[in-house]
Design a binder for this molecule. Structure first.
Ligand SMILES: *[C@@H]1O[C@H](CO)[C@@H](O)[C@H](O)[C@H]1NC(C)=O
Ligand SMILES: *[C@@H]1O[C@H](CO)[C@@H](O)[C@H](O)[C@H]1NC(C)=O
Length: 439
């Protein structure tokens, strides 16, 4: 059949003969041609639909998206290609009208109480052997196993220094900044390392006078990012602020991987702000668009939770997340496999929504926004999750469910009040931008 098309464009005798013949046979021939062209179109459509579905089976997305993808591929054959992106919308979040009558619930006795200490220095292992001191320390697998028990104990949780006289393990802060951070009771924090983002100031008009006075807004930056911000006209004032953000410079970053370094303020706000009782983390791609006290009331107090994080907008299963990470080349594949196989051999299961014992709406979080009470269980979970990121990859969506499942499995009589809220709620309280360097 394709031969006909080529011949019809040709000026050869054959072509003339063909057209004469076509005239002779007139309508019948044209109908036949139409029939064949239609058949060809149908065959092509079927092929493309099949091809689209095949893409899907290798992938991870919902059937709904799959249909869209397939029809999108169909468009390629016909109309000019449009870049297609699935859109996600915010949903209603019923905050209180104001912070005026906000009342912290009485000390919640249902939360598990125990006392956590943190490894400050590592002495013995480093003395004789030529092992470098590390920010995350050298936690053995035995230490790791023990750390999952919710009891009085001392665990690794970053900020581990070597013996006296050893060089710093990193995340060095100015003493004045430390003194300021020690005073914070409620914290909103974020970070920009490696100039990965622009500075997004919280939307000032939605933030109450109470919060402006009583909440610490801290943006951690490295020197490179600070210089870049300054070059763009964002220079801290004499108090070290840019808008509501107090800029805190971090020197001597503990990891070469900037994303891993970013997990220090993300997970360890209870260590950075030792007097704080609540913290909100937001990724620097987000602009805070709601009052922090109202956020704490809505996500923690109203739900009786000690840790709140949103679920992922499309993925629920770690198996899907692993595939997606590899497909987008987010990280060294063998490092991902190493972590994933370790987790499978230690209790990580596929997400099964029909399982009545399933305790989370998803095993994959969208961790760019986290609300925390600094209770024992919440702090323990934060340390454990951080240690997984320190030991394995910086892709924290891979370790979230494993950490949660292991913690709850090993402490059946000590409930961890983790609330996984809808991603559309996250979208309602933060405005999303693209990273400066979107990778
Ligand atoms: C845990 O530590 C707290 C004080 O930090 C203490 O009151 C409590 O008795 C300890 N619990 C156990 C089981 O040792
Ligand atoms: C990838 O990860 C593996 C296992 O962790 C490691 O041995 C290898 O050196 C890494 N490759 C690169 C290019 O970083």
């Amino acid at each position: 059949m394709p031969g006909v098309v080529i011949k019809s464009q040709d000026q050869s005798e054959k072509n003339l003969w063909l057209s004469r013949r076509a005239r002779r046979f007139g309508r019948i021939c044209r109908q036949r041609l139409l029939f064949w062209l239609l058949s060809l179109a149908v065959i092509f459509s079927i092929y493309f639909v099949y091809f689209g579905i095949k893409i899907h089976f290798h992938g991870t997305d919902s059937p709904l998206k799959n249909v869209k993808e397939a029809s999108n591929v169909n468009n390629v054959a016909g109309r000019p290609k449009k870049t297609h992106r699935q859109r996600f919308f915010p949903c209603e979040v019923s905050f209180l009208d104001s912070v005026t009558h906000l009342l912290e619930p009485k000390d919640n006795t249902k939360f598990t109480h125990f006392s956590l200490g943190y490894v400050e220095r590592e002495e013995r292992a480093l003395r004789n052997e030529a092992i470098e001191a590390q920010f995350g320390g050298h936690q053995t697998l035995k230490d790791r196993e023990k750390s999952y028990h919710a009891t009085n104990q001392t665990i690794h949780c970053g900020f581990v220094r070597g013996p006296e006289g050893f060089p710093s393990t990193g995340f060095d802060l100015d003493e004045k900044d430390k003194m300021y951070m020690n005073t914070c009771k409620v914290v909103v924090s974020s970070c920009i390392f490696g100039s990965s983002d622009f500075l997004r100031r919280p939307t000032s008009k939605v933030i109450s006078e109470y919060s402006k006075k009583n909440v610490c807004f801290v943006m951690f930056v490295d020197e490179q990012s600070l210089a870049k911000l300054a070059a763009e006209g964002n220079v801290p004032d004499e108090r070290g602020n840019i808008g509501l953000w107090k800029i805190v410079v971090v020197k001597n970053l503990p990891y070469e991987d900037m994303r891993k370094t970013g997990k220090v303020p993300k997970f360890l706000s209870h260590r950075l702000f030792p007097s704080s009782r609540y913290s909100i983390w937001l990724d620097s791609k987000l602009r805070l668009n709601a009052d922090p006290m109202l956020i704490i009331e809505y996500f923690l107090w109203r739900t009786g939770s000690e840790y709140a994080i949103s679920n992922h907008y499309t993925r629920r299963c770690v198996w899907e997340e692993v595939l997606q990470n590899k497909r987008l080349n987010k990280y060294n594949h063998s490092a991902i496999d190493e972590q994933f196989h370790f987790y499978q051999s230690d209790g990580l299961t596929k997400y099964d929504s029909s399982d009545p014992k399933i305790s989370l709406p998803s095993f994959v979080p969208e961790g760019s926004f986290i609300v925390r009470a600094h209770t024992a269980m919440s702090n323990l979970f934060s340390c454990l999750w951080f240690n997984e990121v320190d030991r394995f990859t910086s892709r924290d969506q891979l370790s979230f469910a494993y950490t949660y499942l292991k913690l709850t499995r090993l402490n059946p009589d000590k409930h961890f009040y983790l609330y996984m809220f809808k991603d559309c709620e996250r979208r309602a309280i933060t405005k999303l931008f693209h990273h400066r360097t979107d990778t």
